[in-house]
Design a binder for this molecule. Structure first.
Ligand code: AMP
Ligand code: ZN
Ligand code: FE
Ligand code: FE
Length: 292
C-alpha cells in the first residue's frame, strides 16, 4: 500500500485539518506529519486556505508544507451533474476571484447543511444545527460534522454508517452549490496554482466522470491525477496512472487524511518526487514551499 521511496521522499499531498472536516488542528496536522516520518505534506482543506498560516507557524524542522485546498466542483455535462473534487496547490490565496468563489461555496455549504438538518428534524431526528456549527469550529462545514451529530444522538455508530444510504449518503443527501470544474481549473491556473483531479475514479463514492472529460480538463489546464487513494481499487489506480501517462499529466498518491473522521492514516499513500517537482515547478501563486 505505502510506496516508501526511502528517506527524503515521503510525500503525502492530500490532508484535512479542522479548517474543514479533519479532526487535527493545522498545527497538530504538521506535527503528526513529522511524527509519521513524512518529508512533505500538503494541507488541502475543503474550499478554504484558513489552515495555511497556523500550519506554517507550527511547521516542524525538516518538514516541507505544500499549501493547497480541495475545491468542491461539479461537471455539468451529465444529468444530473456529477460532483467532483479538485486539489489545487500553491495558488495565490489572495486572488480576488478565487477568494470570492471559495467564500460563496462555503456559505452555500452552510445553507445546505442547515437544510439537511431540517430534513432530519422533519423526520423526528433530534439534531441541532447550532451545535453542528459549533462542532465545525469555524472550519468549512461538511457532512462529516453532521455525521458527528448523528453519532452523538446514538443513531449511528460510525462516520461510515452515517454516510450509508439511509442517512447522509442518499436519503438525507443534498447537493452543494459547487464550482463548474472547467471554471475551477481556469481559476486555479489564473491564481498561479496547480490543479490535480482528486480521486477521479472512485466509483465507491458514487458516479465518476468519463475519461473524455478528463482529457478535456487536461486541455483546459489540469496538471495531474490522484491515482493512489484508498477509494480507488487496484484496477482503478492502474487505470488512472495509464490515463495520466496518455494525457501527459503526472499522477499522485495521497492519504486524504481526516483524523478520526476516517480510518486512513497520514502517509498511507505517497507521491513520487518527480510528480512533486512538477507541482513545484508549475506553481506561481505562493512563492516557494514553506519549510520548517
Ligand atoms: P461534503 O463535502 O459535505 O459533501 O462531505 C463529503 C466529505 O465527507 C468528504 O470529503 C469525505 O471527507 C467525507 N466522506 C464521504 N464519504 C464518506 C464515508 N463513506 N465515510 C467517511 N467519510 C466520508
Ligand atoms: Zn472531507
Ligand atoms: Fe475529496
Ligand atoms: Fe479530501
Amino acid at each position: 500500500m505505502t510506496s516508501d521511496r526511502g528517506p527524503g521522499h515521503r510525500i503525502d499531498l492530500h490532508a484535512h485539518s479542522t479548517a474543514s472536516d479533519g479532526t487535527l488542528s493545522p498545527a497538530e496536522l504538521v506535527r503528526a506529519a513529522a511524527d509519521v516520518g513524512l518529508d512533505v505534506v500538503a494541507i488541502t482543506d475543503h474550499d478554504t486556505t484558513a489552515g495555511w498560516a497556523p500550519a506554517v507557524a507550527a511547521l516542524p524542522a525538516g518538514l516541507r508544507l505544500v499549501r493547497g485546498a480541495e475545491l468542491s466542483c461539479r461537471w455539468f455535462g451529465a444529468d444530473p451533474p456529477v460532483p467532483l473534487h479538485l486539489l489545487a496547490y500553491l495558488f495565490d490565496p489572495d486572488d480576488p476571484e478565487l477568494v470570492a468563489e471559495l467564500a460563496r461555496v462555503r456559505a452555500a455549504r452552510e445553507v445546505r447543511g442547515e437544510r439537511i438538518v431540517d430534513l432530519l428534524r422533519a423526520d423526528g431526528i433530534d439534531v441541532d444545527w447550532a451545535e453542528i456549527l459549533t462542532g465545525a469550529g469555524g472550519g468549512t462545514v461538511g457532512r462529516p460534522h453532521i455525521a458527528q451529530a448523528l453519532i452523538r444522538a446514538g443513531l449511528v455508530a460510525t462516520t461510515t454508517e452515517a454516510f450509508g444510504p439511509d442517512w447522509l449518503g442518499e436519503r438525507y443527501r443534498l447537493p452543494k452549490e459547487d464550482i463548474d470544474v472547467f471554471h475551477a481549473v481556469r481559476l486555479v491556473r489564473a491564481a498561479g496554482g496547480v490543479p490535480v483531479f482528486a480521486h477521479p475514479r472512485a466509483t465507491r463514492r458514487g458516479r465518476v466522470v468519463p475519461d473524455e472529460l478528463i482529457a478535456e480538463l487536461a486541455a483546459a489546464g489540469l496538471a495531474g491525477l490522484e491515482a493512489d487513494h484508498e477509494d480507488h481499487s487496484p484496477e482503478e489506480r492502474a487505470h488512472v496512472r495509464g490515463l495520466a501517462a496518455e494525457l501527459g499529466l503526472f499522477f499522485t498518491g495521497s492519504s486524504d487524511f481526516h483524523g478520526t473522521h476516517k480510518t486512513v492514516r497520514l502517509g498511507a499513500f505517497t507521491t513520487s518526487p518527480e510528480a512533486y517537482e512538477r507541482i513545484v515547478a508549475g506553481a506561481g501563486g505562493v512563492t516557494g514551499i514553506a519549510s520548517g
